[in-house]
Design a protein around this ligand. Structure first.
Ligand code: SAH
Length: 248
């Protein structure tokens, strides 16, 4: 069934009118008609099955019929990504959404070349990735901030340092078993991941990040990875060790 993000509140008595671009997609690209079912989510009200009730030139109207999944509580997993060239940054926005990031922060670092970004386009990419991946929430996309201005108030900041650090899996497992994670389940911890630009971090930045008490400076192995690969690899390892991959 087609899954769509919408901004409207979802209740069984409230009709939803989709914006014109999404209406066009549904009626003319996907050739859906009155009576067809669509799944809707808005990041607040869980997932609903809705029936298409009307199609006009301008809009498709739907009536939510039944909630199929409740809204899950969000697990904080923040990705601080140095701004890199657009295609790779867009890949990161898509993959980070698939991998469960709650917040994507764009960061200007000493070696960032051009920190101008079109936030709307990145947000659109996260919406499409959430629709595709079955997520019921959207990652928040935060505008560009300087690394030195970030508070980084998290239980754990995983800093991927291309100049070397502890092996990431070993570091996360040790952190988990050391009792430093709050609560009984590590997955409720507020986690952050920091990935640098193609030019890497400056010595000052590396020192700043390493000086934070909650930082784990980690290595992703013997090869230098491109920023997009590094983000995807590190997020996968975080989800597999501390996050929502282990289902039991
Ligand atoms: N130009 C730099 C590499 C930057 S790679 C150099 O040659 O040293 C972009 C980012 O990906 C890095 O800042 C780091 O955050 C991450 N990264 C890539 N490979 C890594 C590795 N083997 N270990 C830890 N982090 C890595």
């Amino acid at each position: 069934m087609i899954r769509l993000y919408c901004q409207t509140d979802l209740r069984s008595d409230a009709e939803v009118a989709l914006p014109s671009d999404i209406s066009h997609y549904l009626a003319h690209v996907m050739r859906q008609g009155v009576g067809d079912e669509v799944q809707l989510f808005n990041g607040r009200d869980g997932e609903w099955v809705a029936d298409i009730t009307a199609i006009t030139k301008k809009a498709v109207a739907l009536r939510p019929r039944q909630q199929t999944r409740p809204q899950p509580s969000l697990t904080p997993l923040h990705l601080y990504q140095a701004v890199i060239k657009r295609p790779r940054l867009e890949t990161i926005a898509e993959k980070a959404t698939e991998l469960g990031v709650s917040d994507l922060h764009l960061v200007q670092t000493d070696y960032t070349q051009n920190a101008k970004m079109k936030l709307d386009r990145l947000k659109r990419i996260t919406i499409e990735a959430a629709e595709q991946t079955g997520r019921l929430d959207l990652p928040r996309v935060h505008g560009v901030q300087r690394l030195s201005a970030l508070a980084l108030e998290h239980d754990l900041v995983v800093f991927c340092d291309e100049a070397g650090g502890t092996d990431i899996i070993e570091a996360l497992q040790t952190w988990c078993s050391s009792g430093r994670s709050p609560g009984t389940k590590a997955e409720s911890a507020n986690l952050a991941l920091v990935i640098g630009p193609e030019g890497g971090f400056s010595p000052t930045e590396r020192a700043q990040l390493r000086a934070l008490p909650q930082t784990l400076a980690v290595s992703l192995g013997p090869r230098i990875l491109r920023a997009d690969t590094a983000a995807i690899a590190a997020l996968s390892i975080i989800q597999a060790t501390l996050g929502d991959w282990p289902q039991s």
